[in-house]
Design a protein. Structure first.
Length: 413
């Protein structure tokens, strides 16, 4: 078989109903020079039954692990099966927008082939309300130096509009050259599962920034995410992290950080530190910016409090740990950090839109129309505000295969 242009790699664990959409969205793309690699992380027979109707398409390849792997180890296993020139990881609860791969191929062929990593915009589909949910502003297509993105990560608040998170070359919103991934594995023993990392999408992002001087960003929404309630990021933001952390088998997580509050942000910072120390490259010698580190953790804590309430055991424990982390700082650092915390927003919720732009205005108008037309769904559907499912929202016709009836459960893929 000749090398396909894209390998769409779908790691899956415990989400058979979502998996059907992910596979369908890849095989129904308007460009056909691709393979679809489904990697079954030791699921039961229901997952296999989802894949079987697609197996008549010769572009699909199915693999199953012989035991349950952690998420980083599974992503390493799954992507090692890819044979395409470029690899795109499509987690089982995400779908590709129709035409996305054709557009990315055109961008790459039009000059972006010099970049080992190309990222793109992503949006969320709210299946409970049958409409599009939160989406970052797309900005414009452009190249970024790794130095600029690294500085932004270290010095700008991850949860505020100043963050370049939407541009970061995370593997869940990027394609990467398979030859680059193979080189990383040859040098360091892994791409997604380096020792001590927690989040394969962000840890691979740190590798991308460490070993490439530039990346490219495509300002087109190429992927929709659904199933937000069962996402690991969502569960972490609500303090439900034990099962995932146990799966990693780390004896002392966050041990290399100045603060050990369990937060989504700290798992990402942990991966920065681990990749910096092992891979080096553009990360070599860089230090955390303490005021930004603690201020961002404070906003993470405020989001937990908004969602769970101030008397939640999770919130109370995080507050205790956060105060202890600050108290352990040397006096000079503590003074700087406390001063920075004085500038924290009084109220904060992840997902709020703070930036003012034409795109933000359009999103607010869309949200207003959805509320006004909630009881007039047929009209809202004709106007493209409501959809029967993520596949429809991504530009596809009604699904061709029956959906499994087993309930979805939170699970790392």
């Amino acid at each position: 078989m000749s090398e396909p242009f894209f390998s769409v790699v779908i790691p899956t664990r415990g989400r058979p109903a979502y998996l059907r959409d992910a596979v369908g969205s890849a095989l129904l793309q308007s460009m056909t020079d691709l393979e679809v690699v489904v990697s079954d992380n030791h699921n039961d027979a229901l997952t296999r039954s989802v894949v079987e109707p697609f197996e008549s398409d010769g572009r699909l390849r199915y693999f199953r692990t012989d035991r349950l792997l952690s998420m980083p180890d599974h992503w390493e296993f799954a992507t090692s099966k890819a044979r395409g020139k470029y690899v795109l990881v499509l987690p089982d609860r995400k779908v590709l927008v129709q035409g996305a791969l054709k557009h990315l191929q055109e961008v790459i062929g039009g000059g972006a082939e010099r970049f080992a990593v190309v990222s793109f915009a992503v949006a969320m589909f709210d299946e409970e309300r049958g409409r599009m949910g939160f989406a970052h502003q797309r900005g414009r297509s452009q190249s970024f130096t790794s130095a600029a993105l690294i500085e932004n990560f270290l010095t700008k608040n991850y949860y505020l509009k100043e963050s370049h998170d939407r541009y970061f070359p995370k593997t869940m919103n990027s394609v990467y050259l398979r030859s680059f991934g193979d080189t990383v594995r040859g040098r360091f023993g892994g791409y997604f599962n380096l020792p001590g990392v927690m989040t394969p999408d962000y840890s691979s992002m740190m590798v991308n920034l460490a070993l490439n001087n530039e990346t490219y960003y495509v300002a087109r929404r190429c992927m929709l995410t659904q199933g937000e309630k069962v996402s690991n990021g969502r569960l972490f933001s609500l303090g439900d992290f034990k099962a995932y952390m146990d799966s990693l088998g780390l004896t002392d997580p966050l041990s290399d950080l100045p603060g050990r509050t369990m937060s989504s942000y700290n798992t990402i910072v942990n991966d920065f530190v681990r990749v910096r120390d092992l891979v080096g490259g553009n990360l070599r010698g860089l230090k955390l910016h303490l005021p930004n580190f603690f201020l961002t953790n404070l906003l993470d804590l405020m989001n937990k409090e908004h969602a769970l309430g101030s008397d939640s055991p999770v919130v109370l424990e995080c507050k205790r740990q956060f105060a202890a982390d600050i108290d352990r700082l040397p006096e000079g650092d503590k003074e700087v950090v406390l001063k920075a915390l004085e500038g924290a927003p009084k109220r904060f919720q992840i997902g709020q839109r703070n930036a003012i732009s034409l795109e933000t205005l359009q999103l607010h108008i869309r949200d207003w129309l959805c509320v006004r037309l909630e009881k007039r769904r047929p009209l809202g559907t004709r106007l493209g505000l409501f959809f029967p499912g993520a596949m429809s929202a991504a530009g596809f016709a009604a699904p061709q295969h029956a959906e499994p009836t087993a309930p979805e459960t939170p699970a790392a893929s």
